[in-house]
Design a protein around this ligand. Structure first.
Ligand SMILES: C[S@@+](CC[C@H](N)C(=O)[O-])C[C@H]1O[C@@H](n2cnc3c(N)ncnc32)[C@H](O)[C@@H]1O
Length: 525
C-alpha cells in the first residue's frame, strides 16, 4: 500500500501540469481574432471596436500599468503629517496632471516617489495602491462624495478589499469619532458588510479594511445566495465586483490568454447571473447596485446589464460625471443598458481597463420576507439601549489586556470567535453577533497568552487612542516596519508605535527594548 502510494507521488511529481500556468507569458499569444470575438455584440454581431483598435487593445492588455495612490479621505484634508514624497504627490506643482480624471481622490505617484508600497506613509494607511481602472466602480458608487455617508452597504465579492476599503471610507468618519467623549451619543454612521466566499481570501480583506482605521464593518464568507436568504432587502447599496474572465489582469500575470476563450466567458457569465440575482434580493426597494468587472467581453458586461434590466427588473441609474466613459458599443446593442454602463479601455486611458454599471431597484419592488421596520430598528438601535456580550469574553483576556478589553468600555461590544476577540462598534447592527459574522479583531490567543491584534493598533477609536504610545522618528519607524526591535522608554508593557501621530503597530517593552509585534503581513521587508 505504502509502496503504491510512493510510486504515485514520484510519478506525479514528474508529470507536467496540463493546466496553463497562470501568468505564464502566453499573454503574448493573445490573438486579435479571439479578442475580437469576445467583443462581438450578441445581437447584430457587430464588434465593439474598429479593427485597428483591437490590435491596439491587444498590445495594451499585455502592457503593465503603474498603480495609482487612492488617498484616504481624511488625508486629503489634513496634509500636515505627510512625508515629502507624499506631499509632492498630493500637493506638488504638477498635481493636476497626475490626478485620475474619473476619481480625483487618486493620483499617479510623482516621479520622485519610488516604490510607494515600501514607504512609512503606506504602512500608516495614508493611501491604498490599485490600478486606476478599478476606481471606475468606486466612481460609479460615488464613493468620493458624501452620497454613501450613513448608508448600510454590502460588497458581495470583496477580497482583497480594494473597493471595499474605499466604500468604508465613504460611509464612516473614524477620525471625527476619535474626537468624541465617552458619554457623547454617536450619530448613526454607515455600516459595511464585506462578503468573500473564498475563506483563504478573508485575511487580506480584513487587513485592508482595518487599514482604513474604521470599525464600521463586518465580514462574512458566504455564498451570495445564502447571504441573500439571511438578509433579504436589507441593504441601501450593493457592490458586485464580480469574478470574471479577467482580461484586464493578463499583464499582471493574474490571468492567462485563456481569458478570451468563449468557454471561459460563458462560464463566468453564468456565475455572474447567479451572483446578480442574489444581489438584487439583498437590495432594499429603491436601493442602488454597482456591477463591475475587469474584463472586456460584452457578455460579461453590457450583456449582464441587460440581464439585470430584463430578468431582475432593475432600472438604469446613470452617473452624470462619468458621461465621457459611457459604453460606446455599436447602436445595434439594445439601448437602455448603455445609458448606465461605463468602460475604460487600456489603449485609451492610463490603466488596465474595466467596466462598471449603476442600476437601481424600483422603490415599489416587492422583496420576499422583508420586514424593513424590524431591520431598521435592529440596525439603528442606540448606543445606550444596546445589549452587551462581554460575558463571553474570557477572564484571562481581560486580566492580560486590561487597557484593551475593559468590561466598562462602552465603545466596544466584544465577541469571542474561537481564540479571537472581535470588538464591534457600539452602533453596529445586532446581526454582527451572529457566529458567521467576523468583526474587527482586537485580540487573539497564542498558547495561554492573549496578544493585541494589529487591527486594534491602527483603529481610530477613542478607547484605543488612549493606549500608551511610543513616538518614533523616520529611522526608528523604518527599523520597526522591517521587523526589528527598537529602543523603548522606561515604561513597560504593550505600546502602540506612532510615527507623526499615526499608529503603525504594537511593541512589548521591557523598559529598555521594544520587542517587535508588528504582524508579518504588515511588514516592509
Ligand atoms: C474581482 S475579485 C474582487 C476584487 C475586490 N472587489 C477588490 O476590489 O479588491 C472577485 C472576488 O469574487 C470572489 N468570488 C468567487 N466566486 C464567487 C461567488 N460565487 N460569489 C461571490 N464572490 C465570488 C473571488 O474570490 C474574488 O475575491
Amino acid at each position: 500500500m505504502s509502496h503504491k502510494k510512493n510510486r504515485k507521488s514520484k510519478s506525479s511529481s514528474k508529470r507536467p501540469s496540463k493546466r496553463p500556468k497562470r501568468g505564464s507569458n502566453d499573454s503574448a499569444n493573445l490573438s486579435v481574432e479571439a479578442v475580437g470575438e469576445s467583443l462581438k455584440c450578441e445581437v447584430g454581431g457587430e464588434v465593439a471596436l474598429p479593427e485597428a483598435e483591437i490590435t491596439q487593445l491587444c498590445e495594451a492588455i499585455v502592457a503593465r500599468h503603474e498603480n495609482v495612490l487612492r488617498m484616504r479621505r481624511d488625508v486629503l484634508n489634513c496634509k500636515d503629517n505627510l512625508s515629502t514624497d507624499l506631499a509632492d504627490t498630493v500637493l506638488g506643482p504638477d498635481r493636476e496632471s497626475r490626478v485620475v480624471p474619473w476619481y480625483p481622490m487618486a493620483m499617479h505617484p510623482s516621479p520622485e516617489m519610488t516604490r510607494p508600497s515600501r514607504t512609512i506613509d503606506y504602512a500608516a494607511g495614508e493611501f491604498y495602491l490599485q490600478d486606476a481602472g478599478s476606481l471606475l466602480a468606486l466612481a460609479a458608487a460615488q464613493a468620493d462624495t458624501d452620497q454613501l455617508r450613513g448608508k448600510l452597504i454590502c460588497d458581495l465579492c470583496a477580497a482583497p478589499g480594494g473597493k471595499a476599503s474605499g466604500l468604508l471610507e465613504a460611509i464612516d468618519e473614524p477620525y471625527r469619532l476619535a474626537e468624541t467623549t465617552p458619554d457623547e451619543v454617536i450619530p448613526p454612521r454607515g455600516f459595511l458588510l464585506a462578503n468573500e466566499p473564498i475563506r483563504s481570501r478573508v485575511a487580506p480583506l480584513a487587513y485592508n479594511l482595518a487599514r482604513t482605521g474604521s470599525d464600521q464593518y463586518a465580514i462574512t464568507s458566504e455564498d451570495p445566495e445564502v447571504l441573500a436568504d439571511k438578509f433579504p432587502g436589507l441593504f441601501d447599496f450593493v457592490l458586485v465586483d464580480a469574478p470574471c474572465s479577467g482580461q484586464a489582469l493578463v499583464a499582471r500575470g493574474k490571468q492567462s490568454a485563456t481569458a478570451v476563450q468563449t468557454s471561459q466567458i460563458e462560464l463566468n457569465r453564468l456565475r455572474q447571473n447567479r451572483i446578480l440575482a442574489a444581489a438584487e434580493r439583498l437590495l432594499r426597494p429603491g436601493g442602488t447596485i454597482v456591477y463591475s468587472t475587469c474584463t472586456f467581453a460584452i457578455k460579461e458586461n453590457e450583456g449582464q446589464v441587460r440581464f439585470m434590466m430584463e430578468e431582475l427588473g432593475l432600472t438604469a441609474s446613470p452617473v452624470q460625471r462619468l458621461v465621457d466613459y459611457r459604453s460606446d458599443l455599436p447602436i445595434s446593442f439594445p439601448g437602455e443598458a448603455l445609458q448606465c454602463s461605463y468602460r475604460l479601455w487600456p489603449h485609451r486611458s492610463a490603466c488596465a481597463g474595466s467596466f462598471a454599471a449603476r442600476l437601481a431597484k424600483p422603490a415599489a419592488a416587492e422583496t420576499a420576507d422583508l420586514d424593513r421596520d424590524r431591520i431598521d430598528a435592529s440596525w439603528r438601535r442606540s448606543t445606550t439601549s444596546r445589549s452587551r456580550d462581554d460575558a463571553m469574553v474570557p477572564r484571562d483576556a481581560i486580566e492580560q489586556l486590561p487597557f484593551l478589553i475593559c468590561p466598562d468600555d462602552r465603545r466596544h461590544r466584544f465577541q469571542l470567535r474561537d481564540w479571537i476577540i472581535d470588538a464591534n462598534a457600539p452602533d453596529a447592527p445586532d446581526w454582527v453577533n451572529e457566529q458567521f459574522v467576523i468583526g474587527p479583531e482586537v485580540a487573539h490567543r497564542t498558547g495561554s497568552t492573549w496578544k493585541p491584534s494589529h487591527a486594534a493598533a491602527i483603529r481610530r477609536n477613542a478607547a484605543i487612542e488612549g493606549t500608551t504610545s511610543l513616538d518614533v522618528d523616520d529611522a526608528t519607524a523604518s527599523m520597526y516596519l522591517s521587523g526589528q526591535t527598537i529602543p523603548a522608554t522606561e515604561q513597560t508593557g504593550w505600546q502602540i508605535v506612532r510615527h507623526r501621530g499615526r499608529p503603525l503597530g504594537w511593541i512589548k517593552s521591557d523598559g529598555r527594548i521594544g520587542k517587535n509585534h508588528l504582524a508579518r503581513f504588515a511588514r516592509v521587508e
